[in-house]
Design a protein around this ligand. Structure first.
Ligand SMILES: Nc1ncnc2c1ncn2[C@@H]1O[C@H](COP(=O)(O)OP(=O)(O)OP(=O)(O)O)[C@@H](O)[C@H]1O
Ligand SMILES: [Mg+2]
Length: 243
């Protein structure tokens, strides 16, 4: 039997800051299969980033269960979580988070510094392949501050790809971009999905979410809807980008 990549049972999350309790997520039940492209939507403060951080092992759930690839990951210690984070997931954030005054190549190579198990055999090849996949091969030696916002986000995607993760998480990756650059980012994510990568995206914009195959709506910390996207927007240029 094949397990879902992600299975969440009765997840709840609350923050405790010096006794001040903030309940953020409750009653979340969710399955995501390998190869899906899921968009998480919902109002500001509804808990989208918190959910994504838990799914991506950046944060812990308070109660409930998280099965990743069929294995219970709810009780992993910090070292085990760091290992999963380094090997299984890649993150793309709204604000790019690149190293300034550092080349595209060095930015993309960075996660391989933590490749303790040396899963990636040839770093140079992996870095160049990831940069090529986002269409920036010619810009490899440019410094990150010499790039446009859209190009920076493409570097961030390459950096997320270089460790060959099972899932790419993208938290409002188009939030700081004009619509043309935003579309390019969505086309790259969609092309990656078409080549088999599982993608989980947070967005405010319906037209961005329509690139995904499924939309999950979060309202006040619970799942208020879970839909198949009937008229999915398809990427025009995906075949040119992913080779
Ligand atoms: N460390 C924390 N301590 C206390 N409360 C927190 C903490 N992190 C987030 N929250 C609260 O949890 C709620 C959900 O936050 P979250 O960042 O997940 O929302 P979001 O849906 O991603 O919003 P946005 O669309 O604005 O990014 C908010 O009310 C926020 O203030
Ligand atoms: Mg958020």
């Amino acid at each position: 039997m094949q397990y879902p990549l992600i299975k969440i049972v009765d997840l709840a999350k609350k923050y405790d800051n010096d006794g001040v309790i903030t309940k953020v997520l409750s009653n979340i039940n969710l399955e995501i299969k390998k190869g899906e492209f899921v968009a998480i939507m919902g109002p500001s403060g509804s808990g989208k980033s918190t959910l994504m951080h838990i799914l991506g092992f950046l944060d812990r759930l308070t109660s409930g269960k998280y099965y990743f690839n069929g294995k219970d990951s709810s009780d992993l210690n910090d070292d085990q979580l760091a290992e999963i984070r380094n090997e299984k997931v890649g993150f793309v954030f709204q604000s790019f988070n690149l190293l300034p005054k550092t080349s595209v190549y060095e930015n993309v190579k960075l996660p391989l510094t933590y490749d303790e198990h040396e899963r990636i055999k040839n770093y140079n090849y992996a870095v160049k392949a990831a940069i090529r996949a986002v269409g920036l091969y010619e810009r490899m030696d440019n410094l990150s501050n010499q790039l446009s916002g859209g190009e920076k986000q493409r570097v961030a995607i390459a950096r997320a790809l270089v460790t060959e993760p099972e899932i790419i998480f993208a938290d409002e990756p188009t939030g700081n971009l004009d619509s043309k650059s935003g579309n390019q980012i969505m086309e790259i994510l969609q092309a990656l999905n078409e080549s088999g990568k599982t993608i989980i995206l947070v967005t405010h914009e319906k037209y961005t979410a329509d690139h995904a195959g499924r939309i999950i709506r979060i309202l006040d910390g619970t799942i208020a809807g879970d839909f198949v996207v009937e008229q999915r927007l398809f990427a025009k240029n995906s075949n040119d980008l992913i080779k």
